[in-house]
Design a protein around this ligand. Structure first.
Ligand code: ADP
Length: 181
């Protein structure tokens, strides 16, 4: 499934994000930047220790990564050139500005990627695993943030992928994107 916004192709696919053939892979990290479970664990395992070494340097410099912000490292052994680590909000029944914080993740990641002239980038479904953000609302925020960024900026992007791992997210993304065309 794919749509075009300005000259950027936006794709929804179902796969393991560590296999993505994009310049940059986005990691749903935690504030420690030291790795964890879910997609974070998968990226660190597949990319090797170089990623963790750079994350530790960032920690020494700025003490981790706050929720909604993003930092960039090498992609180590992955095919991608870079990993952008962003920290999604933990779902707290909508009482802690989780929606705004999730939007910040997408906007700050796209902004950082654009500064590095990245042409293709793969996003996981940030916060919808261990952090329990409701999947449909998370997909709407992901897609609307992306549109807002592309429409509001001259960007380096040619191709942006939403990489879904579970079937439920894949169906939600396809339906939400179809609603736009
Ligand atoms: P969070 O803590 O932000 O919720 P998780 O890693 O638990 O992060 O989950 C985020 C999303 O990433 C979930 O939808 C989960 O199904 C998905 N996911 C887990 N492993 C992978 C992977 N290897 N590739 C792509 N997506 C993955």
């Amino acid at each position: 499934m794919e749509i075009r916004v300005k000259s950027v192709y936006i794709e929804v696919i179902k796969e393991d994000i560590t296999k993505a053939k994009t310049d940059c892979i986005v990691n749903a990290a935690n504030t420690s930047l030291l790795g964890g479970g879910g997609v974070d664990g998968a990226i660190h395992r597949a990319g090797g220790k170089e990623i963790l070494i750079e994350c530790m340097k960032i920690r020494d410099r700025q003490g981790g990564c706050p929720v909604g912000e993003a930092v960039i490292t090498t992609a180590g052994k992955l095919d991608a050139k870079f990993v952008i680590h962003t920290v999604g909000p933990v779902w707290n029944n909508g009482k802690s500005n989780e929606e705004e914080k999730l939007k910040d993740c997408y906007m700050n990641t796209l902004d950082l990627a654009n500064q590095y002239n990245i042409e293709s980038i793969a996003f996981p479904n940030i916060s919808t695993g261990i952090y329990k953000f409701p999947k449909k609302r998370a997909a709407e925020i992901a897609i609307s943030s992306l549109r807002e960024f592309i429409e509001g900026n001259n960007s380096s992007f040619k191709r942006i992928q939403f990489v879904c791992f579970d079937d439920e997210n894949y169906q939600i993304y396809v339906k939400t994107i179809k609603g736009l065309v």
